[in-house]
Design a protein around this ligand. Sequence first.
Ligand SMILES: Cc1cc2nc3c(=O)[nH]c(=O)nc-3n(C[C@H](O)[C@H](O)[C@H](O)COP(=O)(O)O)c2cc1C
Length: 277
Amino acid sequence: MTNYPELIARRFGDDGPSGEGVPDNEFIRRVLARKTVRRYSDTVPDEALLDLLVAAALSASAKSDFQQASLLRLTDPAKRTAIGALFPSMPWIGVAPVFFVFLGDARRLQRIGELRQKPVRNGTLEGFFNASIDAALAMQTMILCAESAGLGACPISVIRNEIDKVAAILKLPDLVFPVAGLCLGYPQGEGHVSLRVPRRATTHSDSYGDSALSDAIDDYDRRRNARHAIPRDQQRSNAEFGEAAFYGWSEDKARQAAKAEGAAFPPYLRSHGFTLD
Ligand SMILES: Cc1cc2nc3c(=O)[nH]c(=O)nc-3n(C[C@H](O)[C@H](O)[C@H](O)COP(=O)(O)O)c2cc1C
């Protein structure tokens, strides 16, 4: 692997800080060069390695030490197929050698309160948010550890778009909800490092300011397009917005965000123990 300036240029290309002069650290270099992987070889990761990755994931920081992440490994072929079939546009969900689901788990603390005969108000927005963050941190910890062990990973939050069916397949009780699935396997093919929005738009010093956003995004769109242009036939919602002569990242994300997603999730949460107050 190469040095920090080269890796940072590949990730951002924004002429920001380059890490020059900082002592070499292999883990940081790996993170700078990481990429989501959606195609896997047939080699199935060792069970002992997967157990180790679970231990690493559950070593992530946890809000108030409440420890509200749970991991569910989906091995049953029938259940894998059933979940995969819900998302035909993402075939990697059904075929990845390994599939975990990272759960926000507000139930365990609720049960502990009952065991210790204390009232627990964990169905609130705070309880939901804390459990979500714990699960997300556990997932990212597993991703980085898996990548450093040579595996590739792809988080799968689209499972929340079919929350009722997914929860039925996984038999999730009240106060337990999926934050995301995670496909794991040994990468097939190279993939590419995804260029990030310039740091002058995503980092702030002492106070928040986004006056440079418009220029930064135009610049980003141009540079990202030069590296990986979005093909004309992949423009979203042309019937609604028309075909764009220049279709950059920001046009794509604005069109994507114009469509509400996850409509089934709030009613699911409210009918499964979360008041979200
Ligand atoms: C919370 C979360 C949910 C995601 N859900 C999906 C998903 O459902 N399907 C998918 O193919 N990729 C999913 N991704 C992967 C993102 O598309 C990917 O991280 C993003 O394009 C940036 O690419 P990179 O990770 O290679 O830098 C998800 C990522 C995150 C962090």
